[in-house]
Design a protein around this ligand. Structure first.
Ligand SMILES: Cc1ncc(C[n+]2csc(CCOP(=O)(O)OP(=O)(O)O)c2C)c(N)n1
Ligand code: SF4
Length: 304
């Protein structure tokens, strides 16, 4: 009986729904991107889709052709071109679909380097054309795959291989940039909030056009954190207001999905050795997070 159950469990685990990224891939332990892929697979369990992935840890994880760690078709693009590449794939799917047939979703899965920096031109162009794509940026706040260089998503004060004394500049507000394109849907996702994660993807599936998601994706290797603490870290980020959970419809209709609970952001920073020895100006940080959340509150109609 137990043997049957474990066989069934194994079979379930190898299904597309449970296992978009199969075990035995190259990702590090505690990788937030891997957890994000698992949650994405579960949210899309009943859907047909392909992934377009540019240069990043996500495409390395696929492994060497002809084997793959992914359980859906994956197309590898150059670093800067994933949204353009995916636009072409979506157009071909449209041409190939027969009358009344549903289209396979096309999903971009890219890191912050490929999104905030090198892919920004093709991302902006695809958003402006309102291409029928779902775009996911897993934001580990560095160029993880090539050794942890700073990106424009790296927060101020974080030490990276190219900012050994701590980054001087602030993190870019990517959701605001996408919202300014007046796309139908943009949202932040946390792997510490699986219900919210799934619900927002299901919401996006009901909408046509360009849909953008930002996932806070801990990277123990680059953040110098313990793999077992990844979920706790992103939970602290939501609770302290470092990573607010919100969604924006049509570029102006904001909804705040979780209120910060008063957790001190210091707890989030203290747990990461990328900030150790840095003078994180906590009073200024607390004030800036407070003003950002109150701005979001003003823009939002609180959901639920
Ligand atoms: C034009 C170009 N420049 C540089 C590289 C080398 N490269 C491959 S992956 C990568 C980092 C990607 O960073 P990010 O998009 O944040 O994803 P992550 O590695 O963190 O998963 C770089 C610089 C490349 N493949 N193409
Ligand atoms: S370097 Fe970071 S993002 Fe890349 S696989 Fe490792 S933990 Fe994940």
């Amino acid at each position: 009986m137990d043997g049957d159950r474990s066989m069934n469990d194994r079979n379930n685990v190898s299904s597309k729904a449970e296992c978009l990224l199969r075990p035995g891939n190259t990702n590090c332990g505690g990788c937030g991107m891997s957890v994000g892929l698992t949650m994405l697979g579960r949210a899309l369990a009943d859907e047909q889709y392909s992934l377009v992935i540019p240069a990043c840890c996500g495409i390395v994880a696929a492994g060497a052709f002809p084997t793959t760690a992914y359980s859906v078709p994956v197309l590898a693009s150059t670093f800067a071109s994933a949204p353009a590449f995916a636009s072409g794939v979506a157009a071909v799917n449209e041409l190939n679909a027969g009358p009344g047939e549903s289209r396979r979703h096309v999903i971009c899965w890219a890191g912050d380097g490929g999104t905030y920096d090198i892919g920004m031109a093709t991302l902006s162009a695809a958003a402006e054309r309102n291409e029928n794509l779902l775009y996911f940026c897993y934001d580990n706040e560095i160029y993880g795959n090539t050794g942890g260089q700073r990106s424009s998503a790296t927060p101020a004060s974080a030490k990276t291989t190219t900012t050994p004394a701590g980054k001087g500049e602030k993190k870019k507000e990517i959701i605001e940039i996408l919202a300014a394109h007046r796309i139908p849907y943009a949202a932040t996702l946390s792997i510490a909030h699986p219900d919210d994660f799934r619900e927002k993807i299901r919401t996006a599936l009901e909408i046509e056009g360009f849909r953008f998601f930002l996932i806070h994706a801990p990277c123990p290797t680059g953040w110098k954190t313990e793999p077992a603490e990844s979920i706790e870290l992103v939970s602290l980020a939501v609770r302290s207001g470092v990573f607010p959970l919100y969604e924006v419809f049509d570029g102006f209709d904001y909804r705040l999905n979780a209120e910060p609970d008063g957790t001190d952001p210091a707890l989030y920073f203290e747990k990461q050795r990328r900030f150790s020895g840095q003078e994180v100006n906590l009073p200024a940080m607390r004030a800036s997070l407070k003003s950002r959340i109150s701005r979001l509150r003003q823009l939002a109609v609180l959901k639920n």
